[in-house]
Write a protein that binds this ligand. Structure first.
Ligand code: FPP
Length: 230
């Protein structure tokens, strides 16, 4: 969700105002996701590296995230959205930690959309934690690794493969986001600054995604020939 800072600065506003409008943009995206056929949506709200931002900005982000969880929970419950936070929790303000637990508990029955909000998240950190959990095992397969990664990332169930990764704000990087899960993700980069990112922009990305031929390393279906002697 890149571009909050630039959106604010271009209007002579503090960066926190950009993040506030970024939260509103996210609300719109969460509401439209099920209608676009999205079953799991992961929003990268705060990376482990974001702690290096100025203290005032970090404080504003923590406050906004807590407020988001508090105000969005009833709507999530009503709309069948299950909210879970991925990432480390031990460095978060206690009030945010409590807010996360409350929101997760209240929305646990949601089945329409799995909403994952990444806070203090770093994919490499999650991978290292999964590796630690498997240390000493003799038969480490991709499946077992994905299960361990799912357990450390969201508390159970294999880490789901990512189908479509959308990055706004003109950046073309992965920035330590779902590195294992994104192995075969289709990548969509948009120049729109996040506070201006509307459901119509996501719909455009989803339409593009539906036209992608996902080969997973195989050749296109039309060129497939039976193997000699088959
Ligand atoms: C980076 O933009 C964006 C973030 C640090 C994420 C902040 C996202 C939100 C506040 C929305 C969270 C929403 C929900 C529902 C959890 P930037 O500040 O790096 O922008 P810039 O590249 O223009 O400086």
């Amino acid at each position: 969700m890149d571009g909050n800072g630039r959106w604010a600065e271009s209007r002579g506003l503090p960066r926190a105002a950009g993040h506030r409008n970024g939260v509103e943009a996210a609300r719109g995206i969460i509401r439209c996701a099920p209608d676009l056929g999205i079953g799991t949506l992961t929003l990268y709200a705060f990376s482990a590296d974001n702690w290096q931002r100025p203290e005032t900005e970090v404080r504003a982000l923590m406050w906004l995230l807590r407020e988001y969880l508090r105000t969005a929970t009833p709507e999530c419950v009503e709309n069948g959205v299950r909210l879970r936070v991925i990432g480390r929790r031990d460095r978060l303000p206690i009030t945010l930690m409590a807010g996360i637990e409350k929101a997760e508990e209240a929305t646990a029955a949601g089945r329409k959309l799995q909403l994952r909000v990444a806070i203090d998240y770093a994919a490499r950190e999650a991978i290292v934690r999964a590796a630690r959990a498997l240390a000493g095992e003799s038969d480490i397969t991709r499946e077992r690794f994905a299960a361990a990664l799912g357990a450390v990332t969201h508390g159970g169930g294999p880490a789901p493969d990512l189908d479509l990764l959308v990055r706004s704000g003109g950046e073309r990087r992965l920035s330590d986001f779902l590195l294992w899960e994104a192995a075969y993700a289709e990548l969509w980069f948009s120049d729109v600054l996040w506070p201006d990112f509307k459901p119509s922009h996501l719909a455009e990305a989803v339409r593009w995604y539906h036209h992608r031929e996902r080969r997973f390393g195989r050749v296109p279906a039309a060129t497939t020939r039976p193997a000699a002697g088959a």
